[in-house]
Write a protein that binds this ligand. Structure first.
Ligand code: GLP
Length: 244
């Protein structure tokens, strides 16, 4: 694992955006695996800015997202499709028909099938990842069994608690989501995992301070990947006692 410790979260986001931009410059028709959440949200403005000043071209780029809530229509303010449209797709010169966020409403089994088909179409050149408080990536929650492919995940209580800040009430948080599987994530050619904040310290300790692959901390499986970069800020590194 390549581990980068930055001065602060802003620098973490800049580094991640720079790595994604490099992939696009080397391969203008790259397929990006994208993530939502407040951590990933810090990365997109840097990509938007590079696009606006003519330094990054999305015209041939395609994307596929990690996950989507079951029960939220694409235009729901908290749907991950809406998040992606607002934070990236509507602000750059991407062809929206080349963007894929699984659909959370309608026939969910059919949507999982469509998600699996989309994943099989073309490899992901770079996958951006955040991490949940419980170590989930995408919505691969801790458990005795982890999944290879796209599936419907039951969200852990701690995940519902963490995501409640985006909804008017905790009861409004969906309890299920469509998610790429751990296998899908590990099949991406390059992984970039970002973390910030002390709530992520326990999960990040498992990732950075030992060699265990722990199904109760799914993010630890990225240790198996041959090209993974983990970017954290100094404050989080100090919290977990990581000294490089
Ligand atoms: C959600 C997403 C994850 C994301 C996680 C952390 O659960 N499904 O992909 O990594 O939130 O979000 P945040 O960065 O807001 O802490």
């Amino acid at each position: 694992m390549n581990i980068i410790v930055t001065k602060n979260f802003e620098q973490t986001c800049e580094r991640a955006a720079c790595m994604i931009a490099d992939v696009i410059r080397q391969k203008p028709d790259a397929r990006l695996g994208l993530a939502t959440g407040s951590t990933a949200q810090g990365v997109y403005p840097h990509l938007v800015k590079a696009n606006r000043v003519g330094k990054l071209n999305f015209s041939r780029v395609s994307t596929i997202n990690l996950d989507e809530y079951v029960g939220l229509a694409p235009d729901h303010p908290q749907s991950y499709r809406r998040f992606m449209d607002e934070n990236l797709f509507d602000q750059v010169n991407i062809d929206k028909s080349n963007t894929m966020v699984a659909k959370g409403t309608g026939d969910i089994e059919e949507n999982v099938r469509a998600f699996r088909e989309a994943l099989a179409e073309k490899p992901i050149d770079v996958q951006l990842l955040g991490i949940g408080v419980d170590g989930h990536v995408g919505f691969n929650e801790p458990g005795e069994v982890l999944y290879d492919g796209a599936h419907v995940a039951e969200l852990d209580e701690s995940t519902i608690d963490a995501n409640a800040r985006f909804f008017a009430t905790r009861d409004g948080v969906p309890t299920r989501a469509l998610s790429m599987g751990m296998g899908d994530i590990l099949r991406a050619k390059k992984l970039i995992l970002l973390a910030t904040g002390e709530s992520k310290a326990a999960a990040m300790k498992g990732l950075l301070l030992n060699e265990e692959l722990d199904v109760q901390n799914p993010a630890t499986l990225v240790k198996m990947h041959p090209d993974v970069t983990v970017i954290i800020d100094r404050a989080l590194a100090e919290d977990i006692g990581y000294c490089g």
